[in-house]
Design a protein around this ligand. Sequence first.
Ligand code: CP3
Length: 346
Amino acid sequence: MTKAGERKVMKVLAGETVFPPPVWLMRQAGRYLPEYRATRAKAKGFLDLCYTPELAVEVTMQPIRRFGFDAAILFSDILVIPDALDRNVRFVEGTGPLMDPITPEGIAGLNASGMHAHLAPVYETVRRLRAELPEETTLLGFCGAPWTVATYMIAGHGTPDQAPARLFAMQHPEAFAALLDLLSEISTDYLIAQIDAGADAVQIFDSWAGVLSERDFAKFSIGPVKRMVDRIRKERPGVPVIGFAKGAGALLEDYRSATGVDCVGLDWTVPAKLGRQIQAGGAVQGNLDPLRMVAGGRALDEGVDEVLEVLGDGPLIFNLGHGITPQADPENVTRLMQRVRNATKR
Ligand code: CP3
């Protein structure tokens, strides 16, 4: 039987080059899978799916069984944190997430005392997953970065450019800083609870990093993520952290040293030269354009080959540059897995 220390994803996170690289896909459990849609139909709503360990374990395991990924990611959502803060989070079919938009006064009144009780089913899901997963499969916990979670809490819904949160930060800088502080603290508590329940490593999703100026990126994205990583290092030494700051472009160059993350997630727009430069400092994860999972065929093969050619000589966790979309064809995931697993170095 494989020992935990031989988990390929963990080796890469420690800086080792493994070829062919281990693979998992962001949002690997989701609507592109018929078995996910069937389980989803059994839950009352999306949040019920996240808070019912039996169902959350099932949907986490589905892509592992079907494709044999090297990592499983806990099935949950970044918005369970605002839900635990009583922001009336709902997921409306065809509309995406909704919640009550927060005001400066509302920030002062936020109370996280019930958080761990509210999120106990998520920790139970992690415990069951670690027991059920194959030994060689890495279990990833995750949360949203404070900036990204704050954008949804302020707007109350998704927006194309997070203008409401950017404006709020300009007009109410103290309240905004207090919100980021609170989110950093409780998101770290949340990750530590996932680690204690059995997560081998954790990923921090800063999906909206790309709308920030250089100065705001330093203050709103890097600052809070660094504080989170510092606490995890101190309180749970040895547990690797993956940081995914989507769309940050040239600002990613110093992301590893600025935040202390072990692995830098790359989206599909990161140029080869920058990607290799970042990889010179340690592990990277990415970065196939998720639309290649819809296109399939030659577009998929060429995309896979390019990622391997650019990043295959160093520590790489093969992944997409963002989540897989509901339009993706599961057959294309099988094709991707075969192509990566059969890759040879030229
Ligand atoms: O398989 C996995 O990766 C684990 C599960 C996971 C989900 N969301 C499940 C989900 C993870 C890691 C997330 C992260 C997440 N959630 C992010 C960061 C990553 C990213 O994609 O940028 C963000 C911004 C969210 C917030 C969120 N959740 C949105 C905007 C939406 C609606 C858009 C959509 O795709 O419908 C969700 C809902 C959601 N989260 C679904 C899933 C499978 C679909 C909801 C459904 O099944 O009805």
